[in-house]
Write a protein that binds this ligand. Sequence first.
Ligand SMILES: Cc1ncc(COP(=O)(O)O)c(C=O)c1O
Length: 414
Amino acid sequence: MEKLAIEGGTPAVQTARTRPSRFGESEREALLRVLGSENLFRYLREDESQVRALERRFAEIIGAPHCLAVSSGTAALICGLIGLGIGPGDEVILPAYTYISSAAAILNVRAVPVIAEVDASLTLDPADVERKVTPYTRAIMPVHMRGTPSRMEELLDIARRHDLRVIEDTAQACGGSYRGRRLGSLGDVGCFSLQHYKIITTGEGGALVTPHQEVFGRAMMYHDAGRPYWEGYEGEVIPGVNYRMSELAGAIGRAQVEHLDAILARTRGAKRRVLEQIRDLPGVEFQDVPDPEGDCGIVLILFLPDPHEARRFAAAVRAEGCPVGTMYSGEFPDRHIYCYWDHILARKGYSEKDNPWTHPAYHGSVSYSRDMCPRTLDYLGRAVAMTIPDHVSEAEADERAAALRKVASVYYGG
Ligand SMILES: Cc1ncc(COP(=O)(O)O)c(C=O)c1O
């Protein structure tokens, strides 16, 4: 049996990692062109607007009739909720594993977040969603975490039966799909982040898509405080904020969006290649990915029998040169896990008088505790994740698979 690198053996991964730039000539040219146009404001010359061009192309790619580009993924979620008319008195069900922004967006419209378990997919568990529906529930927010499609068929069915809206948080899964339809296009609103760490990026930025003209109109109005007073507007007026995207971000986004499918083809290819070589790995279970075809392929997640084994396994695989990590080891307060959403668990609002939980319109009685979603904590505590950037070569994918096989066979036999 080979000696593990953690015990002084030769690491399984020998290929030097290459990190090509995420930005090419198309981004550089687009940026220079927009600077040369002397216009960084999307509404100055709408026919030339790069933000508008990004919206059109994004809507086409995602397969949605309307798209609005905004300043962040959180802004997209807030505009989406406002678009749907969600506010004080309403509950929105979201998963216990998502970035804190998803919950913050719900609180920003003064609605109440209801935290539900994730299952072995690490996305919303439909059975727990069903249990958490109350007379005050207005929407479900599935979050396609780490590129993994949520169980949309079951969630859409629950929404239909209880007359709930569905707002998909697609911040981490841009371009992914579920049964042939792009994520973000299955619910009433789909929200995307274009922040630096996402699949495609404008540095900071976001977008929402929706099939509903009215939702789009309200979101559009909310994202620009002066919008209703511009020429030609005749609909209902609501007060807005300014979450507009600048032409600089629009130009980069317009270039980046053309790379989306090629990026996903590479991440999916690398993930498939690793998975094919580790399907029979002893001692581990695999994340249960709903519709693996639509998975973005940006992460590969394994579950070990317990948190101690997860830490031991991850440390040994890392020593082999393969970048993996545990997902909930108590080492740092990861705000992607509900138990670290301190101010939410404490039901802290914006001020004494401005608090979604004590708002006179709210008649529900949601309560929170750090251990309220034990299954979520169990799955995350046993999970080991390998992120898969789009530049992983076939040779590196093979070495990563070899690293996983080596550690599993030494620790668990087979
Ligand atoms: C699941 C999820 N939702 C929402 C957001 C918010 O996006 P942004 O940082 O662009 O506001 C993020 C990004 O960090 C995220 O990961």
